[in-house]
Ligand binder design. Structure first.
Ligand SMILES: *Cc1c(COP(=O)(O)O)cnc(C)c1O
Length: 362
């Protein structure tokens, strides 16, 4: 069998969830959208089901996967419904629903729900993607409150630049949010992972009744480009690993891989690893991207191909055929690989394909 696989450490997932909750002092919705950022939504939700205050997903299809998997905790649809017809299923499965647009307010007013709907009313405080404008926010709140279909209303917004610790934009968004919600009762929810980790000042008077929405930090990756104290306590959940399936002895001056864009500078031992961009390893990871080979640090060389990539074994004489290679995990941080490949750990995880996921720490 091909040795490529993704180990998913559910104990680390629980550790990171607890860190999000204790660092914020708030209730925490575990964000498991996009198949839990490639980690497997149902197994991750099951691992957190006993302790999580709830879950958040991108759409009703993702929510139903959890409900059919017997996840009974609250589930929030982060973009609400895409068409009014979904309200029937939202009602039936008691899903919580973001409302970010006036057409959604109108659809709720027209609906005939059996149970009062829990709404998370989203303000556009400056990201300018989805969310009601400040001018519409209070009126939308009152319409929902008056329509007889809605129970609790949580006041929410989303930060665009919380991963930039010296950027004034987060404080500006917070000020705008506080102005727009003036006089409205309700729990609030603002913080994604970078805000939980890097913006402890973003708390309301009653953090214990508010909600944070940790995503990437649950999976143990830092959203920051630079070291950060709380992020250093995260435990990587996914280990992407494989094995060396071939070893080449080359003289100096020999090209390796497609396009020959790496040429040996000295007599070299080259290991071929069963891992490629079809597995989600980034094709743009350049020569020098770190890997761990039998626990020792090594480097990628040459161009990543679909099913294989090459590593330099010249300085690792004990490594050879069958050696274990970690592409990212507890030794090589996904955020480091992402930076080399000019992307973010979010995308590395979401791009994971073909490799079987193996769960431990249940
Ligand atoms: C995805 C998402 C999150 C989680 O973001 P992270 O940066 O992964 O923590 C939080 N809130 C909303 C609205 C989201 O869409």
């Amino acid at each position: 069998m091909r040795p490529a696989r993704a180990l998913i450490d559910l104990q680390a997932l629980r550790h990171n969830y607890q860190l999000a909750r204790s660092a914020s002092g708030s209730k925490a919705l575990a964000v498991v959208k996009a198949d839990a950022y490639g980690h497997g939504a149902l197994p991750c939700a099951q691992a957190l089901a006993a302790e999580a205050d709830g879950f958040a997903v991108a759409c009703i299809e993702e929510a139903l996967e959890l409900r059919y998997g017997a996840i009974a905790k609250p589930i929030l649809l982060l973009e609400g419904f895409f068409e009014a017809a979904e309200l029937e299923l939202i009602d039936q499965h008691e899903l919580w629903c973001v409302v970010h647009s006036l057409w959604q307010v109108e659809a709720i007013e027209r609906a005939r729900l059996r149970r009062p709907l829990t709404v998370w009313l989203k303000l556009d405080s400056g990201m300018h993607r989805v969310g009601l404008s400040p001018a519409d926010y209070q009126a939308a709140y009152r319409r929902l409150q008056a329509c007889g279909q809605v129970g609790k209303i949580v006041l929410m917004s989303h930060f665009a630049r919380a991963d930039e610790l010296d950027c004034p934009r987060t404080a500006e968004q917070l000020a705008l949010f506080n102005a727009a919600r003036e006089g409205l009762a309700g729990e609030i929810s603002l913080r994604n992972s970078p805000a939980i980790l890097g913006w402890p000042q973003v708390v309301s008077a009653e953090p214990a009744s508010d909600w944070v929405r940790p995503g990437i930090m649950l999976y143990g990756a830092t959203p920051f480009g630079e070291p950060q104290a709380l992020a250093a306590q995260l435990q990587p959940v996914m280990t992407l690993e494989s094995k060396i399936i071939s070893v080449r002895e080359l003289t100096a001056g020999e090209p390796v891989g497609y396009a020959g864009n790496f040429v040996t500078e000295r007599p070299s031992r080259v290991g071929v690893v069963a891992m490629g961009y079809a597995d989600g390893y980034p094709r743009h990871a350049p020569t020098g991207t770190p890997v761990s080979i039998d626990g020792q640090s090594g480097r990628l060389i040459g161009r990543v191909s679909m099913d294989m990539l090459c590593v330099d074994l010249t300085d690792l004489p004990a490594a050879g055929l069958g050696s274990r290679v970690e592409l990212w995990g507890k030794q090589v941080l996904a955020s480091e690989v992402a930076a080399r490949a000019q992307t973010i750990p979010y995308q590395l995880f979401c791009n994971l394909r073909r490799v079987p996921r193996v769960y431990c720490g249940r």
